[in-house]
Design a protein around this ligand. Structure first.
Ligand SMILES: O=C(O)c1ccccc1N[C@@H]1O[C@H](COP(=O)(O)O)[C@@H](O)[C@H]1O
Length: 210
C-alpha cells in the first residue's frame, strides 16, 4: 500500500480550510498572487493558518513576487512551505531560505527531466498544465504520459484534476501527491465541501490499490 498525499489549493475561507482538513487533506494552499480570483490578503491568510489544527501543511503560492513583498507575507503568516508558480530560477527560490516546491508547466516539447533537475534544492516539483500567459489554476489537465517514470524529485501532480479523473491520473503517473483547486470549487475561490470530500476519498482509495 502506498499513500498518495493530497493538497487542496486556492483556499480563501476558514470554513473551506476546515472542511478540507476534516475530509483528510494533508495540505492546504493559499494564493498570494493578486491577479488570481483566489488571491488572499495577508490578514485573510493569517486568520486561516493560525486557526488550523497541527499536522496540516500550509503552503503559500507565489508567482514572481518581488522579494520585499514576499518578506511581508512571510513575516505575518506562519507558512510551512512555499510554492513558486512563476518563472523563478532555482537561485531565486533558494534565496528566500524556506522549504519550497517548484511548479513546472509541462509542454510536449519539454525535457521534463532537465526541468526538474534545474531545482536541486526543491522538496518536490509540482507538474501543471501549460497555458500561454496563464501561470496556473487553469482547470485544464495535461497529457500525463509526458511525465517520466523516474524523476529526481517527488512529483505533485496538478492541473485540471477532479474527483472524477484523479483515480486515472494517479494510476498513470503514480505521483507522491496530487493538488487540486478548480476541480473542487463551487465558484472561484469557494470550495464545494462535497467535492472536496469526494476528491480526498478517491485519492485515499487509489492509494490503497498501489
Ligand atoms: O489558482 C490560481 O488562481 C493560480 C494562479 C496562479 C498560479 C497558480 C494557481 N493555481 C494552482 O494551479 C494548480 C492547478 O490548478 P487547477 O486544479 O487546475 O485549478 C494548482 O496548484 C493551483 O493551486
Amino acid at each position: 500500500m502506498s499513500v498518495v498525499r493530497c493538497k487542496i489549493c486556492g483556499i480563501t475561507r476558514l470554513e473551506d480550510a476546515l472542511a478540507a482538513v476534516a475530509a483528510g487533506a494533508d495540505a492546504i494552499g493559499l494564493v498570494f498572487y493578486e491577479r488570481s480570483p483566489r488571491a488572499v490578503s495577508i490578514e485573510q491568510a493569517r486568520a486561516i493558518v493560525t486557526a488550523l489544527p497541527p499536522f496540516v501543511t500550509t503552503v503559500g503560492l507565489f508567482v514572481d513576487m518581488p522579494r520585499a513583498e514576499m518578506d511581508e507575507v512571510l513575516a505575518a503568516v506562519p507558512l510551512d512551505l512555499l510554492q513558486f508558480h512563476g518563472d523563478e530560477s532555482a537561485a531565486d527560490c533558494e534565496a528566500v531560505g524556506r522549504p519550497y516546491i517548484k511548479a513546472l508547466r509541462v509542454r510536449a516539447q519539454d525535457d521534463v527531466t532537465a526541468l526538474v533537475d534545474a531545482y536541486p534544492g526543491a522538496r518536490a516539483v509540482l507538474l501543471d498544465t501549460f497555458v500561454e500567459g496563464v501561470p496556473g489554476g487553469t482547470g485544464q489537465a495535461f497529457d500525463w504520459s509526458l511525465v517520466p517514470v523516474q524523476l529526481s524529485k517527488p512529483v505533485i501532480l496538478a492541473g485540471g484534476l477532479t474527483p472524477e479523473n484523479v483515480t486515472a491520473a494517479i494510476a498513470q503517473v503514480r505521483p507522491y501527491a496530487v493538488d487540486v483547486s478548480g476541480g473542487v470549487e463551487a465558484g472561484k475561490g469557494i470550495k464545494d465541501a462535497a467535492r472536496v470530500k469526494d476528491f480526498v476519498r478517491a485519492v485515499r482509495a487509489v492509494g490503497d490499490l498501489m
